[in-house]
Design a protein. Structure first.
Lengths: 314, 361
């Protein structure tokens, strides 16, 4: 990468990607715990904090299933790939002064990764040769058609203001004023997109209990564990990417930069997780209208405003 | 050994239970759901998600067949138990304790795994690859969809082993994509259905249970939890005043839920104008029927005669369901079925006009 020299960040050796993966899994664990506690509180059952541990033990002990005429390789790629994609998303997020992958087009990279989720969720539904899974896959694609374009335009706004697609530059451009303050619509649309590609809460129609778990209907054991972990990991990756894009990156008083990144990620992640129980599912056909008639124009107006300000400031 | 045992103990603390309800056993199902919640266990969404299968009530031959087929799909380690109709808390507890003990017993699980019929590669492949029915599954036939394009048709039965689905009912759907193009409803083991008499507080609780199913299908977890909370309070407490307060609170909470209203408005709209022969309490869309469920619960509880006790017979309800779901996607179809509050065991005997087409002998 010839332009790497222009970045203010320290590029660490690629082996550190393992640490990035570990952080993603840690955050996924945290997200599952938050959800477990919220569920235990709402349903007056006792075991909130330990839920992720028990669930992991259960799924590691459970046997894998096969279905008749399953497309097994594609099925396994779908359920197992989400964690990988989540890790590939966070490697462009600078952890304070360090980054694993200082791509000059880091924002585009993140966007490309979130589009991969389309394929993976669809394959998880397609693979087992089950009607419920297939319907779940359709639902995810319908949601995707609604959230993806607004999400892309929401991701365009910060790079325009920062004059760079490099994630480190976007974070550095927010000295004094975080982008969330003057591009709140882009931030909101971005968070909706994160819920969308994580198949979470209002966007969980693809795994709804009305179709017996949808794309996850036939998953058991390790495959199910990977799929569920992948959803939490995607939420975590989405929350982490919001930090350099909208929340000033590692900027903050007293604490070191890397710690600020993690603290801010945890705050965003907690809010995203808690949204699940509070909201009904947005039915894909209804959300399609919202996506195209409300979110997309709103994101475009946001981009226009940001562009005008960016040109005016020179 | 120690580690494996410890892992198993942890795992069993998160057992996922697939509950299958025979008509008329909903009180037993409520008892089992509460015990599952008390232990921090989960209700399974599908056989693949389940470690244990619990049958409540006495299933007839047709339902038993479906239960067997679901049992064969549990991945294992697995355990099953049955709970008869009128149960007290201790019998539910012992049943689930037995489930936990079976799941923890390695010898038993190994034996079970060995005895299971696997799908061998001989059965699966052979020369059937170029066949019209790979592994015995016929290829989908095409049909014109709503835009006049040819599209594959899948035949998918909804129920009886499906979360938040009325017990004993099956809706055989023809799907194009996720759109229902034809549907045929029936009741399993129809002649075996024994009508159940319920106390006023139990009838109100039944309405809350149906409301909870509807809210679960809408995806609003906190709303469902609130309805379940009121349901459980009504089952425990025959006191009318306390129950009324809870129902009013629930009603207010539902009215404040704007996103819920927006997502349920306009689905399965039934107007008196189109079909004057349908019972008036079914008129409106899913959201109106949802609001009416709370009012009905309140009327059942207070014995308010001013509100006409609205009852439609099961065949009437099924006919309405068949008609309304055509042209809807699966999510909307399920919301419509839930909003009709079909209960095979309590609705049929209370029907005021069970004259024309009820097929029971």
């Amino acid at each position: 990468m010839p332009e790497a020299a222009t970045s203010s960040l320290t590029l660490v050796p690629v082996g550190w990607v393992v640490l990035a993966g570990a952080i993603v899994l840690g955050l996924a664990w945290f997200a599952a715990t938050v959800d477990g506690v919220a569920t235990a509180r709402a349903e007056a059952s006792p075991t909130g904090l330990g839920r992720p541990l028990r669930e992991v033990a259960r799924l590691m002990r459970q046997r894998r299933r096969a279905t008749v005429e399953a497309d097994t390789p594609l099925w396994r790629i779908g359920s197992g790939g989400l964690v990988v994609i989540a890790t590939l998303m966070v490697i462009v997020v600078p952890l304070g002064p360090w980054t694993v992958f200082d791509s000059p087009v880091g924002v585009v990279w993140f966007n490309a990764m979130d589009v991969c989720v389309w394929a993976l969720v669809w394959l998880t539904g397609w693979g087992p040769n089950s009607a419920h899974g297939l319907v779940g896959g359709y639902r995810f694609l319908a949601h995707g058609l609604g959230y993806e374009l607004p999400l892309m335009f929401a991701l365009v706004a910060p790079p325009i203001a920062a004059h760079s697609l490099r994630v480190g530059d976007v974070a550095a451009a927010q000295h004094g004023l975080w982008f969330v303050v003057w591009m709140p619509i882009a931030f909101l649309v971005y968070l909706i997109g994160v819920l969308g590609f994580s198949v979470w809460g209002p966007f969980s129609a693809a795994v709804g209990s009305d179709i017996a778990g949808g794309v996850a209907a036939e998953l058991s054991g390790l495959d199910r564990l990977l799929f569920l972990t992948g959803r939490y990991a995607l939420l975590a990756a989405g929350a982490a990417f919001a930090v350099p894009m909208f929340l000033g990156g590692g900027a903050g008083p007293l604490l070191p930069g890397w710690l600020w990144v993690i603290v801010k990620t945890i705050v965003v992640l907690t809010a995203l997780v808690l949204a699940r129980r509070r909201l009904p599912v947005l039915r894909p056909d209804l959300f399609m209208e919202v996506g195209w008639l409300v979110l997309l124009p709103a994101a475009l107006v946001q981009v226009l405003v940001v562009s005008v300000i960016a040109v005016w400031r020179g | 050994m120690g580690l494996r045992r410890r892992l198993a103990t942890l795992a069993v603390d998160a057992t996922h239970v697939l509950v299958v309800e025979a008509p008329g056993a909903w009180l037993a199902r409520v008892a089992i759901e509460r015990e599952i919640g008390r232990r921090g266990w989960w209700l399974a969404t599908s056989p693949a998600d389940a470690d244990a299968l619990v049958t409540v009530g006495t299933p007839g031959p047709q339902l038993s067949e479906r239960v067997e087929s679901a049992w064969g799909q549990l991945p294992g380690p697995r355990s099953r138990t049955a709970i008869a109709d009128h149960t007290n808390t201790t019998s539910v507890q012992t049943a689930l304790d037995r489930v936990a003990a079976e799941l923890l017993d390695p010898e038993r699980q190994i034996r079970d795994a060995r005895d299971r019929e696997g799908f061998t590669s001989d059965q699966m492949s052979g020369d059937s690859d170029m066949d019209m029915s790979p592994s015995g599954i016929p290829l989908a036939e095409g049909g014109d969809d709503r835009d006049g394009l040819e599209m594959d048709e899948l035949h998918v039965p909804l129920g009886p082993v499906l979360p938040h689905w009325p017990a004993g009912v099956v809706l055989r759907c023809t799907l194009q994509g996720d759109v229902v193009v034809a549907a045929e409803a029936s009741v399993l083991d129809e002649s075996d259905c024994t009508p159940v008499r319920l106390e006023p507080n139990e009838r109100a609780a039944l309405r809350c249970d149906q409301l909870a199913s509807l809210l679960a299908l809408s995806g609003w977890a906190d709303g469902r939890a609130a309805a379940v909370h009121v349901r459980d309070a009504l089952v425990d407490e025959p006191d009318t005043a306390a129950g009324t307060i809870l129902l009013d609170e629930l009603r207010r909470r539902l009215r404040r839920a704007r996103l819920l209203r927006w997502s349920l408005r306009g689905i399965g709209d039934l107007r008196a104008g189109d079909r004057p022969d349908t019972p008036p309490h079914l008129h409106g869309d899913v959201y109106e029927r949802l609001a009416r469920l709370v009012d009905q619960a309140r009327a059942e509880l207070t014995g308010d005669e001013a509100t006409p006790a609205p009852q439609a017979s099961v065949p009437e309800l099924l006919a309405v369901a068949e008609r309304l779901v055509v042209g809807l996607d699966l999510a909307a179809a399920r919301l419509v079925v839930a909003s009709l509050a079909i209960d095979v065991a309590t609705t049929s005997n209370l029907a005021p006009h069970q004259n024309e087409e009820s097929p029971d002998a």
